[in-house]
Design a protein around this ligand. Structure first.
Ligand code: GDP
Ligand code: MN
Length: 395
């Protein structure tokens, strides 16, 4: 789950990292009021930033500076409602504008190959890391945290030196450790600060102070660990999620949309993957991965079918159920019931074996046209692939 910048910054704060204050506004008038407060408190400028789950907002015109409250309102009204990479901006962040001396990059990522958390830093901040990795990979400094010992002090200092932050050693090393802590404490698979900036402030006596500040933040939480973090689940931005994903989660279904034409309804993740493999081998393309789970009841089956048919590319539905705890007759009833409520009449091939398979067969036989049955998995797959290819299989 990707978090918006303001939520990501909340997590960085909790990990003790230096983040400038911010507010979130959903109207230009609100943005104006927030800007007024920062300007009154001594900020020279404010930054108005689109809150969307996409990178490169700056380039897209979603990050803008303003020097007065009126200008902040005007800029906010431009940014609110604009579309960035296909996402409509509904909220903006208002934050005091920093006087940037240098922009750096610092991130922690879960490196699945190394099986460790990798800390990545670069003195070349601001630009997108993918671009840097492509053009000047030698500019990226990586180190790996030990799974039990964590990120050690010497490693944090090593990163600080690699970023050219010797003049800010304790602060920079503290930030490196904070990024690592934010990663572990939140079960994140990415914590990215880009830019981490050297920011200049002029003191009352005219002297200047340079300090490090996290000016942008991007955190992604490992979905499989979300159950351990109800407070993070509450940060989910439903506006930016596919309605199909929201519905699947509400129904307790594991559903992943793919781009084929054969909708698959299967119980058990292993069986679902096997079914997809067989569809591919038979020359078809699965439209989705769907595990309806063990002990699936009629209402869950109906919800699953609805999710599958919401995808207009689906030409055939392949149902492969191994009845263990799930009873075949219950699944069959769910299918018949759900089918009668569907606007779209997509042919269905059903294979149900195991508990109450005979009852299931009776129910399906009475269901009439549109539902074909198969006894073996190969037969079911072949029928579904033939239907999707346009040459209806013999009933
Ligand atoms: P992104 O484009 O989505 O990564 O959004 P960022 O928050 O990283 O902002 C993009 C760029 O805007 C940064 O790299 C900075 O150059 C600039 N920027 C962001 N915040 C400030 C600020 O407080 N002051 C100044 N002067 N520039 C800023
Ligand atoms: Mn950025």
């Amino acid at each position: 789950m990707k978090l918006q910048e303001h939520h990501s910054k909340t997590l960085l704060r909790r990990a003790g990292l230096p983040v400038p204050p911010w507010s979130v506004a959903s109207t230009a008038a609100e943005a104006r009021a927030e800007a007024e407060a920062y300007l009154r408190d001594g900020a020279q400028r404010v930054v108005i930033k689109a809150q969307v789950l996409a990178g490169g907002r700056g380039k897209a015109g979603g990050v803008k500076l303003a020097s007065t409250a009126a200008e902040a309102e005007q800029v906010a009204s431009q940014i609110l409602g604009m579309s960035i990479k296909g996402i409509t901006v509904r909220r903006v962040m208002v934050t005091p504008g920093a006087d940037i001396v240098r922009e750096l990059y610092l991130a922690a990522v879960l490196d699945r190959t190394a099986k460790r958390i990798r800390l990545m830093g670069s003195a070349e901040g601001g630009m997108e890391i993918e671009e840097l990795a492509e053009t000047r990979p030698e500019q990226i400094h990586s180190l790996f945290a030990h799974p039990h010992l964590g990120l050690l002090d010497y490693q944090a200092r090593e990163m600080a030196f690699a970023l050219g932050l010797a003049a800010h050693l304790p602060a920079a090393a503290g930030i490196a450790k904070g990024v690592f802590r934010a990663m572990v404490d939140n079960d994140a698979d990415l914590v990215e600060i880009n830019p981490l900036a050297v920011v200049r402030t002029t003191n009352a006596d005219g002297s200047i102070t340079d300090s490090l500040q996290a000016l942008d933040a991007k955190v992604t939480i490992d979905d499989s660990a979300l159950h351990r973090h109800p407070d993070l689940e509450a940060m989910r931005d439903l506006d930016e999620e596919d309605p199909v994903d929201i519905e699947a989660r509400a129904q307790g279904l594991s559903f992943i949309r793919l781009d084929g034409t054969i909708g698959c309804m299967v119980n058990g993740a292993g069986l679902a993957m096997t079914t997809m493999d067989l569809v591919k081998r038979a020359g078809g393309e699965p439209a989705n991965f769907l595990d309806i789970g063990g002990g699936a009841r009629a209402d869950k089956v109906a919800a699953a079918l609805q999710l599958i048919l919401a995808d207009h590319h689906v030409q055939a539905v392949l149902v492969n159920i191994f009845g263990g705890i799930a009873r075949g007759d219950e699944v069959a009833r769910g299918l018949v019931e759900a089918r009668s409520r569907q606007a779209r009449n997509v042919p269905m091939v059903v294979r149900i074996v195991g508990t109450n398979a005979d009852l299931a067969a009776e129910i399906l036989a009475q269901a009439g046209e549109g539902i074909q049955t198969a006894t073996s998995l190969d037969e079911a797959v072949q029928k579904a692939v033939a239907i999707a290819a346009g040459s209806a299989a013999p009933a």
